[in-house]
Design a protein around this ligand. Sequence first.
Ligand code: ADP
Length: 585
Amino acid sequence: MDPKPHGSASRAAAVPGADGEGLEPARVLVVDDEPSVVEVFREFLSGEGYALSVALSGEEAVRLIPEIKPDLVLTDINLPGLSGLEVMRFAKREDPEVAVIVVTGYASASTAIDALREGAYDYVTKPFDLDDVQQIVERGIANRRLKAINRRLVGELRQKNEILQHHEQELREKVRLATWQMTKLYEVGKEVSANLELAPRLQIICAKAAELVGAPVVVVYLRNPETERLSVGAAHGAELLGADEDEARFVEAEQSLGLASSDPRPVRRTLPGSAAALALPGLANVSVSTLMRLPLTTEAKMIGVLVLANKPDGFSADDEAFLALYASQAAIAVVNSQLYEHMKSLDRLKSEFVAVVSHEIRTPLTSVKGAIELLSDDRYFHNNEQQAKLLTIGHANAERLLVLINDILDFSKLESESMPMNIERQRLEPVVQQAAHHMRTMLEERHLQLELQLAPDLPDLMLDSIRLAQVLTNLLSNAAKFSPPHGRIEITAEPMDGLVRIGVRDHGEGIAPADLPKLFRKFSQVDSSATRKAGGTGLGLVICKGIVEKHSGKIWVESTPGLGSTFYFTLPVADRGLPRPAGRR
Ligand code: ADP
């Protein structure tokens, strides 16, 4: 061993502490069986600021390593007992990041290479220059320090990554939940809107709320806008009690649960098992363990409350947030249904009123018309020219009034679905002949010619002959009204797509395309001015449409201004097996 004196300045070498924070002096273990060499290292390396330990044999080194946990081991390769290589292996097993520098004899390069292969950081060949040793040790310590820092950074990175993954997972979960909730709300919204009537709609609202949050009992209470009192609208998972039975229960539920309060804030409750059982008003045999109450509010008005009960684990804030969205959707649906029901009842009232009034007018009017007819009869009364003229005017007006009243009556019957229909197997031709017969006076007055173009061998049809004659008369009367004198009107009929299509064609003034959509709307006249040529209620075509639709047919018009119009409608063909009523052929 021939150590040379070193000349470099002494430097403190440090590594991060065991906790990865702060720096402490690097621990160096020197292993050599020659006390003089050990001494040189001790003297030289202590001055550099390392915490130095020494072992004079491999065995001693192996004993010391677990205790001192060196950052760097500087070991002679040739030791009498355990070799330097074995010391290195031991040290590496204890701490894979430890830097090991082996000191080899001049002629043993191959041993040094073996040591490097097995993980030594570097080697020093004897005789060595202390400066070189110093540099190698310094690099070894630096390397060890970098490894420690690297380990710490990788650890931190892993930790941060885990946190990030956790956040991502949470975010994904939130997005998944929100998407699920939106999809659910959309689907449920569609189901709720499918039925406009109030009772089934309330039932669906309850059932779907139960499904959305897994609540076994759901009730909708509706507020009566006049009395401000709540009553059960519908319930899911519980039986309804008869009405008026439970005012006391409402009072109790209001006091204990805030159920009937007009406070629009949601309420969530879990009642302790020991609490006296609370019943939900209006329901038979439901005692509450957990409860959520949500207001049904539209346009800042509380129209009722949605109450969910008895979810086993209670209702969460998430349930509340989700169901609050649902409740606002449900409130709109309920109000729409209430409006619809209200409109339907008004409509019914109107139709009933119109039917009663028209009926009441028709009876005296018929007798007025009869009286005028009697007065005009030459056999009983001798009227002068003036009187006869007045009677004719009176008769024409009574007739016109009767037509109007009959139209209004028919229309209200169609609207209230109370027009009696007697649809049976019939031939079309007699019905057409009958309508033509009705119209003959009007046609003659205007010198109009009527042509029938019925396809030969038309199949029998399913029709109500009286109502169908009414449709044809109406179309013929319109065609006559809008035809020039001496004009021509045609009635056509031909099979088409399994039906029979009937047409009434005139060659009159026609209808402007913009007016076509108005024709089949109630009380709609293309020329609604007070000076219009042709009188009428504007109900004729609406009644025709109603009657044709009662026959499962369709009605439409094709028209060219200046050239004329054709009104078409279809009627179903009779089943071959069906008998025709006797005596109609
Ligand atoms: P109204 O009983 O008042 O005649 P309709 O429902 O029968 O009512 O007809 C509505 C309107 O359609 C008529 O006022 C007229 O403007 C138009 N219309 C109906 N038929 C014809 C036609 N053949 N040619 C031209 N316009 C017609």
